[in-house]
Design a protein around this ligand. Structure first.
Ligand code: AMP
Length: 191
């Protein structure tokens, strides 16, 4: 099983790429944000617990996220690998993911990072709010908080990825198709 991370700030286009990549390479698309939004929609205990944090643009606890990830990995069958979207978002999440994958005989094969300017991120999220109706995209203050949360808690991962290798930062200010072709070239070039 291959393991790929699609990395980048909110609004970078991770979800759009993850959908088409997972289809092309038969990967299980694991979007922690989508999983949590589904929990909120279904008014589960977990959904109630995470709603206010998500509404503010803050991160949900590592413990909750890691429990979700491990259970999805262990229960997935019939795919050639996993594509993590919106995860890991903290250094600790990455550390635990690595240890868990190692334990079950897998590793992270590549981290693909979409690099996008802040003003474009904000524009994209506000536009997405109109299309998808995501509450955390509609409020400019929440959007800014999500970007600040990314800078503080998630961006430190870049240095770790750079040291580790198999890290591919890409210009994400382009079209979905252009980024998709670039990512496919990277994946096809891996052994
Ligand atoms: P996303 O759809 O990936 O932008 O995630 C939406 C929200 O879900 C985030 O702003 C966080 O509140 C929460 N969330 C999603 N993934 C994670 C994660 N890996 N760690 C912590 N919180 C997360």
């Amino acid at each position: 099983m291959k393991n790929f991370i699609i990395f980048g700030p909110p609004g970078a286009g991770k979800g759009s790429q993850a959908v088409i990549l997972s289809k092309k390479y038969n990967l299980k698309h694991i979007s922690t944000g989508d999983i949590l939004r589904e929990e909120i929609k279904n008014r589960t205990k977990l959904g109630l617990k995470v709603k206010s944090l998500m509404d503010q643009g803050a991160l949900v606890s590592d413990e909750i996220i890691l429990e979700i990830i491990e259970s999805v990995i262990l229960s997935t069958k019939g795919f050639s690998g996993f594509l993590y979207d919106g995860f890991p978002r903290t250094v600790y999440q990455f550390k635990v993911l690595n240890e868990f994958l190692q334990k079950i005989g897998y590793k992270i094969d590549a981290v693909i990072s979409l690099v996008v300017k802040e003003e474009i991120l904000i524009k994209r999220m506000l536009r997405r709010a109109e299309i998808e109706g995501r509450a955390d995209d509609a409020d400019i203050e929440v959007v800014k908080n999500r970007i600040a949360t990314y800078r503080e808690q998630t961006e430190p991962l870049v240095e770790i990825f750079e040291k580790r290798g198999n890290f591919y930062p890409l210009e994400g200010d382009t079209t979905i198709e252009h980024s998709f072709n670039e990512i496919c070239t990277i994946i096809d070039g891996l052994d």
